[in-house]
Design a protein around this ligand. Structure first.
Ligand code: RB5
Length: 154
């Protein structure tokens, strides 16, 4: 498995801890984030990880900033990305099972490192369930591609 990881200046320590944690499980990690304490604009990492995911160069992505909000918003602007910012392992797991998320995000100022590891574990170990969930994901894609949603007119 290959995972892309990205961060801003707030999340350098957590990024490196998660990166090492994943590498310790034999996962190949591509780090496109910053390691400089200078201010770093999180959309750059969000965009880079998102493009690696949609191009198929990696299987999925992990994004970390102060809250996880800005960096996930940036990633979600790339067509085909379903990035979920979360602070708990339950949401992380369900976001894969029901929403087929391809990027998980969290905040270095919000969760501790052990919770962050649990979030990543639950997310990576979960499987998309398909079935009734696929129609809803297709609707999200329809909004993304057309800025319209036929079902909303019915
Ligand atoms: C940086 O100060 C902070 O805004 C950023 O890390 C993140 O929390 C944005 O959503």
């Amino acid at each position: 498995m290959r995972i892309a990881i990205g961060n801003d200046h707030v999340a350098i320590d957590m990024k490196n801890e998660i990166k090492n944690y994943l590498a310790g499980q034999g996962i190949e990690v591509i780090d496109v984030g910053t390691n400089s304490p200078e201010r770093f604009n999180y959309p750059i990492s969000g965009y880079k990880v998102a493009k690696l995911v949609t191009s198929g160069e990696v299987d999925c992505g992990v994004l970390i900033c102060g809250t996880g909000v800005g960096i996930s918003l940036a990633a979600n602007k790339v067509h085909g990305i379903r990035a979920c910012v979360c602070s708990d392992p339950y949401t992380a797991r369900l976001s894969k099972q029901h929403n087929n998320t391809n990027i998980i995000a969290f905040g270095a100022r919000v969760v501790g490192i052990e919770t962050a590891k649990m979030i990543v574990d639950e997310w990576l170990n979960a499987t998309y369930e398909g079935g009734r969930h696929q129609n809803r994901i297709d609707m999200i894609a329809e909004i993304e591609q057309t800025q319209d949603l036929k079902a909303a007119e019915e």
